[in-house]
Design a protein around this ligand. Structure first.
Ligand SMILES: NC(=O)c1ccc[n+]([C@@H]2O[C@H](COP(=O)([O-])OP(=O)(O)OC[C@H]3O[C@@H](n4cnc5c(N)ncnc54)[C@H](O)[C@@H]3O)[C@@H](O)[C@H]2O)c1
Length: 429
């Protein structure tokens, strides 16, 4: 099939490369000219395992192209995926301006029957909205269908997730595009949920809100564990064996972040309030999350007292391991809190080498973990990168001004560190 993917970010680039891998002819479009020029040379702007070889191979084979020309991409494709960003607006609602802009462009370029696919995360009613924008701007009598096909990939394992989805969701009012998307996704052998557009749109928000709820729930439990002398890791293990609960997303930490959970929770709260329902549960989830980040700053205060002028080393900036995405990273919020209290922060993130990770204003960036620890009175782990587990902690201790570790990801062994003479503090243990 001939496929256009409009918006070449985490979702669009991965989707485009994977569709090419599945044997289709793909054009990935982005308005960012620099990005498109780099991609055309197989220079990947994001850190994502397995993506670079896929892009290189299909660029060379000629079945993957990068372009800034939306019109040409629409004209030469049968299926058009919209994968532009839908960030939070000032009121928490999803900002759909990029989607609207793309829909208008699609409308003027349509030259034959097309399936337009909303893959970006968009509020309930967006399938109809895109349909309406195209109808209002279309030139001629060409037919088209708009469907919702939300994406569930995780950054850090996006290629793997795209190729092995737990399910594929298609929301459509008509049968014709469902047949086409069923054919497209058939090789992935995933359960296919065909439903109406509103339900498809809700599935995405409800899924992310539920996962965020699990995170805030276990963080709240962690805070109680600290007060009563229980270990949240043992508690989560004991809960997780219950198949009705499961182990996933029950890791206590500094709070959730990233480009999806916070914005999608805010958007669902907004969708809900417009529908006349106050989603107090989800408001609570967001509140616990914000408090959790502040609690990490309190942990530093507990060990150092007033933070003004104190030197704190930070390991990790990304919102989770194996990605370079800093959007709404809890690490940035915690660092901002430390800086606001007057601390001097030196941070290291492994993705710093791979991509241009910029530190939060006011924090210094270290070239490696040991440089971040040098002279620090406290070392705080804010992202669970595997390599932090394997540091030479004897060397870390020698480098630090005082051996205090706050492990907000519970990724280190407290007993080993305490035996080495560290003061260790985790979350909920
Ligand atoms: N990142 C994830 O893990 C993830 C997972 C599932 C769903 N989503 C959803 O997918 C959507 C995209 O997310 P992302 O993280 O890939 O975003 P992103 O910010 O990484 O990428 C969006 C891209 O769209 C481009 N763009 C914006 N306006 C454009 C226009 N008018 N024409 C052409 N290109 C344009 C931008 O330049 C950018 O490259 C969002 O709705 C997000 O919620 C993201």
């Amino acid at each position: 099939m001939r496929i256009a993917v409009i918006g070449t970010g985490y979702v669009g680039l991965v989707s485009g490369a994977c569709f090419a891998e599945m044997g289709h002819q793909v054009i990935c479009v982005d308005e960012d000219r620099d990005k498109v020029a780099r991609l055309a040379q197989a220079k990947i702007p994001i850190l994502e395992a397995g993506l670079e070889p896929l892009v290189s191979r299909h660029l060379n084979a000629g079945n993957l192209r990068f372009s800034t020309d939306t019109d040409e991409a629409v004209r030469s494709s049968e299926i058009i995926f919209i994968t532009v960003g839908t960030p939070s607006g000032d009121d928490g609602a999803a900002d759909l301006s990029a989607v609207e802009e793309v829909a208008r462009r699609i409308a003027v370029a349509i030259n034959a029957y097309k399936v337009v696919v909303n893959k970006s995360t968009m509020p309930v009613g967006s399938t109809r909205m895109v349909q309406r924008i195209i109808e209002e701007n279309i030139d001629g009598l060409h037919q088209f269908d708009v469907v919702s096909n939300p994406e569930f990939l995780r950054e850090g394992s996006a290629v793997e997730d795209f190729m092995n989805p737990d399910r594929v969701v298609v929301g459509s009012e008509n049968q014709r595009p469902v047949g086409i998307l069923t054919e497209l996704y058939r090789p992935l052998n995933a359960p296919l949920i065909v439903t109406d557009p509103a339900s498809a749109e809700m599935i995405k928000y409800a899924s992310n809100a539920f996962l965020a709820t699990k995170v805030s729930f276990i963080n709240a439990i962690a805070n109680i564990c600290e007060a009563v002398g229980a270990d949240v890791r043992e508690v989560a293990l004991g809960m997780g064996y219950d198949r009705r609960i499961g182990f996933e997303f029950l890791k206590a930490g500094p709070g959730f972040g990233g480009s999806c959970f916070p914005k999608d929770c805010r958007a669902l709260i907004d969708i809900s309030s417009h529908a006349g329902y106050t989603f107090g549960l989800l408001e609570g989830v967001m509140q616990v999350n914000e408090e959790q980040m502040s609690l990490m700053v309190e942990k530093a205060r507990k060990h150092l007292g007033a933070l003004a002028g104190r030197r704190i080393g930070v390991l990790g900036l990304a919102f989770k391991a194996n990605t370079d995405d800093l959007r709404e990273s809890p690490a940035l919020t915690v660092i901002a809190g430390l800086l606001e209290a007057g601390a001097q922060v030196t941070a290291f993130d492994p993705a710093y080498h791979a991509n241009a990770v910029t530190p939060p204003a006011g924090a210094a960036l270290a070239p490696d973990a040991y440089a971040a620890a040098e002279g620090a009175e406290l070392l705080m782990i804010l992202t669970e990168w595997d390599e932090f587990k394997w540091l030479d902690f004897r060397r870390v201790k020698e480098l630090m001004a005082s051996p205090v570790i706050v492990d907000t990801r519970n990724c280190l062994d407290p007993q080993v560190l305490r035996r080495m003479g560290f003061t260790y503090e985790g979350v909920g243990r």
